[in-house]
Design a protein around this ligand. Structure first.
Ligand code: 13P
Ligand code: SF4
Length: 367
């Protein structure tokens, strides 16, 4: 996507309270937070915009936010500043009497949308016909509740970018092969860390229901769904080479949703929380090029003036769906709660929630 397309989409954000000026928005959100004190908790993913995340009671990566949501037993409303699959996970892990609100229901995740439940059913039928009962299904939490439930029903579990290694080790302890979806890059990067050779990984393309063997045809041990994150896919190996040439001594750290070749060249890789901790714990004066969503990279640069921080590729688009959560939408969500007419409510049907919870809890017990 070009920068022009990026800015066109950005200009569509925040229609709800677009007329309120910046200070007025802050003032009204603060007041509603106070009025609703004790009833509402706001959760914010690290990719949220600065002007939204400042209202979060808790910040975190996907795994941390799932755990926090599960622990908020006495809180009636959880306003989730993040994307749809995160709010679904929070709903799955909270009680019947609690309500999870996503301030803009259009805040999806393009990667999660790449794994459609019907395509997954077809894939599973095909693979199990060929490889029998030898496959353990693992879905990245960046997937719909239906996909999580499918995996849970078949003895599998979810993973996040911070526990993918632990989950995959367990999967390989139980079965000979793993189906990993929807992010082929996180699957490949984690498989390599565990010693699975590239030629034992093949890619399942749901568009033509075929297996591809991009690295040669070994005995398949990992079936990687052909999905990706459109933000992280744009950090390429040439960007690592360029920053190293331009800024000798720079440390390159990337999210494991980046492609294998980029992760291999980088100095380090890890979840959003891992990246934050790496920067926080580095000696002053460290130079960083960070390959992840810009809201987080730019915030780290501001919060750590003792370090020197740039994006690995300044030209990428932000995550458009994370950025859909803006102050006008947050304000509207809080106003509707205060008026007793909640909007943006996320409710996963009980049967789906049961099996999705099974898959998530298997993961939480491991990590
Ligand atoms: P984390 O699990 O690292 O928070 O990442 C979530 C995500 O959507 C990355 O694109
Ligand atoms: Fe989804 Fe990528 Fe955005 Fe993360 S950064 S929410 S994977 S589109």
């Amino acid at each position: 996507m070009s920068l022009m397309e990026c800015s066109t989409v950005s200009s569509l954000f925040g229609k709800g309270h677009a007329s309120a000026d910046s200070e007025e928005l802050d003032r009204r959100i603060e007041k509603l937070k106070k009025d609703l004190n004790g009833q509402v908790v706001i959760l914010g993913h690290h990719y949220q915009r600065d002007d939204v995340i400042r209202f979060a009671d808790y910040r975190g990566d996907s795994l941390q936010l799932s755990r926090i949501a599960a622990s908020l037993k006495d809180i009636r409303y959880i306003v989730f500043c993040g994307v749809h699959f995160m709010a679904e996970t929070a709903d799955i892990l909270t009680g019947e009497d609690q309500m999870v609100i996503l301030p803009d229901l259009n805040a999806g995740c393009s990667m999660a949308d790449m794994a459609d439940i019907q395509d997954l059913e077809e894939c599973w039928d095909l693979l199990t016909e060929e490889y029998g009962d030898s496959i353990f299904p693992v879905t990245y939490v960046n997937s719909s509740a239906e996909v999580k439930a499918f995996v849970g029903r078949r003895g599998g579990m979810t993973c996040t970018s911070s526990n993918a290694e632990r989950v995959l080790s367990e999967a390989f302890r139980v079965k000979k092969r793993v189906l990993f979806l929807p992010d082929q890059h996180l699957g490949r990067n984690t498989g390599v860390k565990l010693g699975v050779p590239l030629e034992e990984m093949c890619v399942y393309d749901p568009a033509d229901m075929r297996l591809e063997f991009p690295h040669g045809r070994g005995e398949p041990r990992m079936f990687l769904w052909k999905g990706h994150c459109s933000v992280h896919q744009r950090f390429e190996p040439r960007h690592v080479e360029e920053v190293r040439k331009k800024y000798p001594g720079i440390r390159v750290i990337v999210h494991p949703e980046c492609m294998y070749e980029t992760v291999q060249l980088a100095d380090d890789s890890g979840s959003t929380d891992y990246i934050i901790r790496a920067v926080r714990n580095a000696p002053p004066g460290t130079k960083w090029a960070i390959g992840t969503e810009h809201n987080l990279v730019h915030r780290l640069a501001r919060e750590h003036p003792e370090q020197w921080i740039i994006s690995l590729n300044e030209m990428i688009c932000p995550c458009l769906t994370m950025n859909r959560i803006d102050r006008p939408h947050l304000l509207q969500a809080l106003e509707n709660l205060a008026a007793g007419t909640p909007s943006g409510v996320i409710r996963v049907p009980e049967e789906t929630a049961y099996w999705a919870r099974t898959a998530i809890e298997r993961m939480l017990q491991l990590s």
